[in-house]
Design a binder for this molecule. Structure first.
Ligand code: HEC
Length: 301
């Protein structure tokens, strides 16, 4: 972000211009130039997407929103109130907090509230907070009742790795909660534990805690509803979105972030990631953000 601002302020930000032809040297005019044609195809269009091949002012605006983060003051803890002036302006995506380039994923686990959204669509507002979820001891003491079916436990009921249904309010998908400290997945535990532990310790910023405080029973509730951050390249070919397929459109995804960041700020998102509180978007930000996400589409077979 700082790099873009620096280049822009000095008039150096430059994209391939429309007259670009393979092999031709690009002129080094000190102005912003955008991409409008695909240098790889005869007609300058995408081969496998029906959107225009372009990166223009709208995509750049979306890129900036994607990379914009709140200024964290020294004494401002995560999730503290956002100034009303920021709230009114929007334009703070904070997307990069989890979708880090070049793959647009941090390869970590976060709860963005999608499990809650899906659950409450069926059982009504605030119902997810009432759902009884066992602690570690109870869960591991009754694998058949609580954990996913595996070779060792073929008849396990896996209520927490299920699609919500009206007649069984126990059913939902709690993501990595199902796998963490699950004795049927011994090989994955060290990697999952260390990721969850690092993130949990970061949350307790300022309070001294070491790795020894990362007891599995302390970490398990923090794994509730958390999923691995997906990469964001070529989304044009991967709808519907999120682990539940909650929406078919990128606009729908951003709208969901607007709603869930608001719920997170009000403390109404069960185990919601604290980074959500720092997303401040308005409906007006949606077209630019989705234009940027579409610019990550690529032609490949
Ligand atoms: C707290 C971390 C976090 C932040 C901040 C975040 N995301 Fe995500 N994103 C995720 C996770 C985790 C998922 C998967 C959620 C699920 O399936 O339950 C996801 C899913 C998505 C998807 C769906 C991808 C797919 O293949 O289904 C899109 C698109 C997306 N995010 C875009 C964004 C944008 C744009 C922003 C900024 C407004 C953003 N994300 C902010 C973690 C985050």
């Amino acid at each position: 972000m700082a790099n873009i601002q620096h280049l822009e302020s000095r008039g150096h930000l430059k994209f391939l211009n429309r007259h670009f032809k393979a092999g031709k040297k690009i002129s080094s005019k000190k102005s912003i130039q955008f991409v409008e044609h695909n240098p790889q195809t005869e007609d300058g269009k995408f081969q496998f997407h029906d959107q225009p091949f372009s990166f223009g002012p709208e995509e750049l605006k979306g890129l900036k929103i994607f990379f914009t983060q709140q200024v964290r003051h020294k004494h401002r803890h995560r999730g503290q109130q956002i100034r009303p002036s920021d709230q009114a302006q929007g334009g703070i995506g904070n997307c990069v907090a989890c979708h880090t380039p070049p793959n647009f994923t941090d390869f970590r686990f976060h709860n963005t509230g999608i499990a809650q959204t899906e659950y409450e669509r069926i059982h009504g507002p605030e119902s997810f907070s009432m759902l009884q979820i066992p602690g570690l001891e109870e869960r591991n003491g009754n694998i058949e009742a609580y954990l996913p079916a595996t070779g060792k436990h073929p008849h396990a009921q896996e209520p927490f790795r299920a699609i919500p249904s009206l007649d069984n309010p126990q059913r939902t998908d709690l993501g990595i909660w199902n796998i963490f400290w699950n004795p049927d997945f011994p090989g994955s535990q060290l990697a999952i534990w260390s990721t969850l532990c690092e993130d949990a310790l970061k949350e307790h910023f300022g309070v001294f805690r070491g790795f020894q405080s990362c007891r599995p029973d302390w970490l398990l509730p923090k794994a509730l509803g958390a999923f691995k951050t997906p990469g964001l390249r070529d989304l044009g070919h991967s709808a519907p979105y999120s682990h539940t397929g909650i929406t078919d459109t990128l606009e729908g995804v951003i709208q969901r972030y607007i709603t869930n960041s608001d719920l997170a700020r009000k403390g109404k998102l069960r185990n919601g990631d604290s980074q959500l509180k720092d997303i401040v978007l308005l409906p007006e930000d949606i077209p630019a953000l989705t234009a940027f996400l579409r610019s990550l589409n690529e032609d490949y077979e």
